[in-house]
Structure formats: C-alpha cells, structure tokens
Design a protein around this ligand. Structure first.
Ligand code: UDP
Length: 366
C-alpha cells in the first residue's frame, strides 16, 4: 500500500508512524513548509527552545495518548501557569480564589469567596457564561467577564463572544479553588528535547519519505492508495462552497539581555496593548541562560496564503464545514484529519487520539 500524508503536523505524523511501524506500509509525507511538526515546530536559538507558532503545552487525561507520545520522547514535567495583567496586577488565570485575593481588597475578597463557596464546591469549575447567569454573583461575574474575557476575545477572534461557540471561552473556566495551574490534566509536560525532535523520532523509519516545500496541488495527479489530508478542507475542494474562516497569529520574537523578562512562561494582556500574550520560552524546559527570548503574540485576520492557526467555531461555520464534509465522504480512501482537515479546535492530545482512532478504523478495513 502507498500512502500520502498531506501536512507534517501531529495528526499526519501519527498516521504515518502507525502505517509504517505497525503495517509496514510505505508513506510519503509532504508539507508546503520547510519543516515538520506543523504548529508544534520548535527550534533552538542561543540555547533556548523557541516555539515558532506559539506556546504549546502538552496535557491529557488519556493514558493511551501519553504512553504513545512517551514512546518517542520523554516529557519534562512542566505544569503550565498563566498570569493576566489586570488593573495593574498579575493575577492567575484561570481566574480562581487566588486571583480574587490579588485583585480585591480583603473585606470584599472574603465576601466574594464566601458567596462563591456557598454556591459551588471547593475545587469545582464553572464557565464564565454559567457564572454570568447567577444573580447573586453579578458583580463578580461582570468583573471577570469584562477584565478577563471580553477584550481578550475581541482581540483574539475579532468578534463578540456570543458569535462563538460557548466551548471557546469555557476552555478557560473560573476555578473555585487555589490551584493556579492552567490545566488540571493528569499528564502534562513538554518533550524534553522539544517537539521537533519528538516528531523526527516518530517518522524515523525508512518506509517513510518526507518531502518538504511541496504543495499538494503539485502532487494530486500521482496515484496513492490512501490520502490523509490535514490541510484546510475548503482548500482541498478549491473553495467551491466558499472559504471557511480561520484565525491567524503573528509572533514578534525578541531577545532581551537579561535573565528573565516576566515571572511566567505566559502572561496574558486582556485589556492592554494589541498583542494578547507574551511568551517567555525558557520556562518550558527551565533552560538557564543569561539572556532570554520572548514572543509577543498578535492575533491576525486570516487571508489565503497566511498560516491557519484556529478554526472559528460557531454554527454558521460548522454548517459550511458540514457541506465540505459531505463532499469529502463521497471520496474513497481520502481522509481529512486534524485541526484544519476536521475544522476542529483540537488540542494536541485530541488530534493524536483522533489519528490513533482513524488508524484503528483502517486496520479493521484491511
Ligand atoms: N480567553 C480570554 N482571556 C484569557 C484567556 C482566554 O478571554 O485570559 C478566552 C479567549 O476567547 C481565548 C479562549 O478563551 O481564545 C481560549 O483560550 P486558550 O488559552 O485555550 O487559547 P489558546 O491557547 O488555544 O489560543
């Protein structure tokens, strides 16, 4: 069997790895970029591993995914913590009881904490949209909505929060506890030698060939038994129903001649500046260096030719995607995978899991 994997992001790499290592099949991976790893790609600069396409922190509750990726790389036990600059203070995000204590005077903070704990169990999570429906907590929910979510979301998505699926903002819940970690998953970390090295290991098999700087458009005439396509599904079909919206990002990556620029790997600026966050890369692997490298993350409107970072989840876009999906289902042995192929706001572990599941389906068909 000859397989073509379009896009060397994590979804494509998982499929290539499984097909070659488990089925001894030939795989050609193509990518129009000059590197593998998709948006996970990282590179070393002055001894610091820089995530070219923004902070990527692996986290999962799936032992299957954790075990699978650990067979290609050990993970440095990094637990992500984020601060947001709000009203002159740096407060933990997800917003939690520690954030309350930092942002409000003691008497008010104690009152708000009591109110919250009367309504929610300690260490529970609630989405800002749910919290906004609780009359007794209106002052607090308005404060969090305005200061944490509203302006950040406008910057990031260039639309009102209600124009997006509720699932987007509930990725970052309000936490009724004092755990400052961004993710609460059982398994968390950063590949100890970086994502790129992990990705290289995944496809280290002579049955897998890699062609970089290669556009699928130039390959489509060549016959393959199966195609796994992780590019934009609208692009595959020449935008016949119109373009699916995406969001893009731009990173202004700078060196500073000091040991640390900020106190955390990621600091969000919901209400100031036109960037959304600043990433200080050395924190991910606790790399010691007298200099530091930081990335200012600017949301950008996606236009053809730019990098796609996010699908834009809402009903209208899903309906358009479903039209493409219907067309996709008429194709034999062409599979659409990943954030772009499935038009889903996947985290790394979700993309890996979906690709592993697809491989199981293929295995059964054999
Ligand atoms: N968000 C926000 N303020 C924050 C962090 C997140 O409004 O300080 C909202 C925003 O809409 C963002 C979404 O929550 O796009 C998801 O955040 P997450 O950190 O998961 O985004 P990602 O890291 O995937 O870009």
């Amino acid at each position: 069997m000859r397989n073509l994997v379009v896009g060397a992001g994590i979804s494509g790499l998982v499929l290539a790895e499984r097909l070659a290592n488990q089925l001894n099949e030939e795989v050609l991976i193509i990518d129009r970029r000059d590197h593998i790893g998709g948006n996970l790609y990282d590179y070393e600069s002055e001894g610091i591993l820089v995530h070219k396409y923004g902070a990527h922190i692996f986290h999962t509750n799936s032992y299957r995914v954790w075990e699978y990726l650990n067979s290609f790389s050990r993970f440095y036990p990094y637990m992500h913590e984020v601060k947001a600059f709000i009203n002159g203070h740096f407060a933990p995000i997800p917003f939690n009881l520690n954030s309350l204590a930092i942002l409000f005077p003691k008497s008010l903070y104690k009152k708000l904490e009591r109110q919250l704990l009367k309504l929610y169990p300690y260490e529970s999570k609630v989405s800002i949209l749910e919290l906004s429906k609780v009359r007794e907590l209106k002052f607090l929910s308005d404060f969090i909505y305005q200061n944490v979510f509203y302006h950040y979301t406008l910057k990031q998505w260039q639309c009102q929060p209600e124009e997006l699926d509720a699932s987007v903002m509930s990725r970052v819940p309000v936490c009724i506890g004092k755990d400052n970690r961004y993710f609460k998953d059982i398994f968390q970390g950063i590949p100890i030698d970086g994502y790129t090295k992990m990705c290289e290991k995944m496809i280290d098999n002579p049955l897998i060939k890699l062609l970089l700087n290669q556009d699928f458009k130039n390959m489509s005439d060549i016959g393959y038994d199966r195609v796994f396509y992780s590019g934009g599904i609208d692009e595959y079909f020449d935008y016949c129903y119109g373009e699916l919206p995406y969001r893009s990002l731009e990173f202004d990556i700078r060196k500073f001649a000091k040991e640390y620029f900020q106190t955390n790997s990621v600091v969000n600026y919901p209400n100031n500046y036109d960037f959304t966050r600043i990433i200080e890369y050395k924190y991910f692997l606790d790399q010691k260096n007298p200099q530091t490298i930081v990335g200012f993350e600017y949301p950008r409107n996606y236009q053809r030719g730019m990098e796609r970072f996010y699908p834009v989840p809402n009903d209208k876009n899903r309906k358009l995607y479903e039209r493409y999906l219907k067309k996709a289902k008429q194709l034999k042995d062409v599979y659409f995978v990943g954030r772009l192929g499935e038009y889903q706001y996947y985290d790394i572990d979700q993309a890996v899991l979906k690709a592993l599941d697809l491989f199981e389906v293929i295995l059964k068909r054999k």
